[in-house]
Ligand binder design. Sequence first.
Ligand SMILES: Nc1ncnc2c1ncn2[C@@H]1O[C@H](COP(=O)(O)OP(=O)(O)OP(=O)(O)O)[C@@H](O)[C@H]1O
Length: 276
Amino acid sequence: MRDSSAAAAERPRQDPLIVIEDLRISFGKNETEAPVLDDLSLHVGRGEFVALVGPSGCGKSTVLNAIAGLIDARAGGKLRVGGRPVDAILPGIGYMFQSHGLLPWRTVVRNIEIGLELKGMPRALRRGKALDLLRKVGLAGYENRYPAELSGGMRQRAGLARTLATDPEVLLMDEPFGALDAQTKLLVQDSFLEFWEQDRRTVLLVTHDLDEALCMADRILVMSGRPGRIVREYDVPFDRPRHIVALRASPQYGRLWRQIWNDLRPGSDSPRGAAK
Ligand SMILES: Nc1ncnc2c1ncn2[C@@H]1O[C@H](COP(=O)(O)OP(=O)(O)OP(=O)(O)O)[C@@H](O)[C@H]1O
């Protein structure tokens, strides 16, 4: 594990795709409310998988929303994606939530085609691309089903395929597997991991699930309570491809898990010494 100081989170990375420096975000009229984020800095490298963890309400989703351009973050600090300041909703960003967001009246394949349709891609081309993505997420053969005919895990995989259809450069994921039962979650995480290890797209994942963060990410950033900022950074040292069940059984995994868990405990200020 590399050093885990907050300063490390702020250190420029090779080829950073997302750069946030000293971000401050307040809501309310004229931004008069106490800030949700203050002095928050982070970098995500191109092709890197970073997980963001922190106590409930510390502003994790706000960070993703700011990166996507869904909220105006220009008032305080610096926020750039691919070198460009974020001053509008960015087209190269895919955003995946806990809810799959599929339209119930469209078949799976037609759901996946939505973004391509909006871009004006000819029907045959978009159909080919959608079918290819369905195969990659393990849903070949389900293209003509409706969302209601799929299991929760399959819907989430279809949602992933839909998010990927427009080839976003960055994938923002906000508790994407949070609504799934434990067993389905493990299966979907495993298949997503396998997909990502071949795809290597830039991902920023918000999660409350430390196992998810540890199994998937290259780095884990830990946020403080409100106002949120990055207080710790961990390199996740496990080789890829990773196999979730085997990984969880390793002692090194357990140590890192406890260390991050200690960071997240209320009132924790210097948690590193607590790791066994
Ligand atoms: N558009 C908004 N307008 C006003 N307040 C907002 C807005 N978006 C977020 N907030 C507030 O910002 C704070 C942080 O919210 P956010 O959803 O970013 O936290 P979070 O860390 O993702 O929470 P959780 O882990 O519980 O999902 C909350 O108090 C929330 O009410």
